[in-house]
Design a protein around this ligand. Structure first.
Ligand SMILES: [Zn+2]
Length: 190
């Protein structure tokens, strides 16, 4: 098995939103050193997570709003939580911690938190032309995307490099059942 990659266990998946597929894959590939996503805290999820983190040498924390933060480095984990809960503007530094490209972090910073959703909306109308269609983030929430951030433009090269690597990984690891859906989506672009 691909022990070096974090196996996004089938047992864990039901507690996570579909978009966590993408985050987990980016985290596994080292494209992000800290991931943040929502989680349903119920049933035996905490003991499942403890076991899973032990297995992959990761740490996790869940905040009051049921956001989970996962990182291999404990200090990084604490820094991300502190930043995310800080009343000061933190889009730029949090974006960096979550592994977003610098150009995209700068763009998010300039838009402000309220500006991100309307900006992403505009993407639905825009064309991501070859070969940049793989950085289209519009279906991220459904679990179909190769990046977990809003790219600064429809031809962001830094985002493209990440997406290309993720797509390549999926193409080489077609039998990795956890990422089945993402792989099916990959085929649409072949
Ligand atoms: Zn960018």
């Amino acid at each position: 098995m691909m022990k070096q990659y974090v196996q996004y266990d089938e047992e864990l998946a039901p507690f996570f939103p579909k978009s966590a597929n993408v985050d987990m894959l980016l985290f596994s590939l080292g494209e992000k050193h800290c991931m943040r996503t929502k989680i349903e805290v119920e049933g035996n999820i905490i003991s499942l997570l403890e076991l899973w983190c032990q297995n992959y040498n990761c740490h996790f924390r869940i905040d009051q709003e049921q956001y989970i933060y996962i990182a291999r480095d404990h200090k990084l984990l604490e820094a991300a939580i502190a930043l995310d809960h800080s009343p000061k503007a933190h889009a730029l530094s949090l974006g960096r911690l979550l592994g977003y490209p610098e150009c995209c972090c700068q763009m998010i910073e300039s838009l402000g938190e309220e500006g991100i959703d309307p900006f992403e909306e505009t993407y639905k109308l825009q064309e991501f032309t070859e070969p940049f269609q793989i950085i289209n983030p519009v279906r991220y929430r459904e679990g179909f995307a190769y990046i977990s951030h809003v790219p600064c433009s429809t031809c962001c090269v830094a985002s493209y490099k990440i997406a290309r690597r993720v797509k390549g990984f999926l193409e080489e690891n077609q039998d990795h059942s956890t990422f089945d859906n993402l792989f099916k989506w990959t085929k649409e672009f072949l």
